[in-house]
Design a protein around this ligand. Structure first.
Ligand code: ASP
Ligand code: MG
Length: 329
């Protein structure tokens, strides 16, 4: 069998018919390179929000089982639409729901854990050279009830399916073109990272950066599936999240809850210069520090007051000064 590649597209990438055409083009391109293609889709645009608020208009307390039955429809719509489009373009595609794709979960509605994936149906379709499109964010429990994985859970569907198929890699396409050294909308000198370790990405996510559903990084790490985050709408190289053996570059500066700043990078615990630089900046700016925490790949500083973005800019330019070779600007 050829290499299998999993491609996941987020809600803003499939928001309308025009965008679905861009997505179909990307898929066809990779399919024509002789790959087995499995696609995982999110619901279109703000569809999940809309379904949730409509349910809440009907009842104050919505049963979780019924909420899952409802919100899982969003992904079924986008998967079927993409399949219709690909078929009309002459590429045989098939949409599968969570249960059709063999995604079995525990019984925790709205936050289910994937227990096992029976890949039989997916493999059968791939052997027929079909493009397999699977609804993200959903599976089925032992009672044959639909379950969902929590908001943003399609990322987890994608990496879990990639793991079950032993795929070459898992692309996560969205409207951002990768992971940045800091929030590019707020911190001026932020740059896109070309590579990160799973551990670094987990630290970045745990500090509140909403790049990926946390659980997908854990699955990627466990099953050694490289995760590549890329934009749907340009061809720039994205960020590869994989195993990195022995490398000690500072990767990211993040602010959480307005007064906590974290600096992430493999082996940062041994980087005395970095710690000194951070302390110098704190001192120079006369900031009131409550806590200074260091772990294997993260320095976190909690301040008494709100920290201005300029401080993050200063930390970033000081600590990432010599690291330009690791970044694709
Ligand atoms: N549609 C779901 C959500 O909006 C799952 C996802 O997009 O990953 O949270
Ligand atoms: Mg998402």
């Amino acid at each position: 069998m050829n290499d299998t590649i999993v491609l996941k597209f987020g809600g803003s990438s499939v928001a309308d018919n025009e965008k679905l055409k861009v997505v179909a083009d990307k898929i066809i391109n990779m399919y024509n390179k002789n790959n087995n293609i499995v696609v995982i889709l999110s619901a279109q645009g703000k569809m999940t929000d809309k379904l949730i608020s409509e349910a809440k208009e009907l009842a104050k307390d919505v049963e979780k089982r019924e909420m899952d039955a409802l919100v899982s429809c969003g992904e079924q719509m986008s998967a079927a639409k993409l399949s219709i489009l690909l078929n009309s373009l002459g590429y045989k595609a098939i949409s599968l729901t969570g249960w059709q794709a063999g995604i079995y979960t525990n019984n925790t509605n709205e936050n289910a854990i994937i227990q096992n994936i029976n890949t039989e149906r997916i493999l059968k379709e791939l052997e027929k050279k079909h493009i397999v499109i699977i609804t993200g964010f959903q599976g089925i429990n032992e009672n044959m009830d639909i379950t969902t994985f929590g908001r943003g859970g399609s990322d987890t569907s994608a990496v879990a399916v990639a793991a079950a198929l032993n795929a070459k890699n898992c692309y996560i396409f969205s409207d951002v073109d990768g992971v940045y050294t800091a929030d590019p909308n707020k911190i001026k000198n932020s740059k896109k990272l070309s590579a990160l370790s799973y551990e670094e990405m987990l630290e970045i996510s745990s500090e509140g950066a909403k790049v990926l559903h946390n659980r997908c990084i854990e699955i990627g790490e466990k099953f050694k599936i490289p995760i590549i985050t890329k934009s749907t709408f340009n061809n720039k190289p994205g960020t590869v999240i994989s195993d990195i053996i022995e490398e000690n570059t500072i990767k990211s500066i993040i602010k959480k809850d307005l007064s906590r700043v974290s600096i992430v990078g493999n082996g940062i615990i041994r980087n005395i210069d970095a710690m000194k630089s951070v302390l110098d900046i704190i001192d120079k700016n006369k900031l009131d520090m409550l806590e200074f925490d260091v772990s294997e790949s993260k320095i976190s500083v909690t301040f008494k007051n709100v920290v201005d973005d300029e401080i993050l800019e200063e930390i970033q330019s000081k600590l990432l000064e010599d690291e330009k070779q690791y970044l694709n600007v």
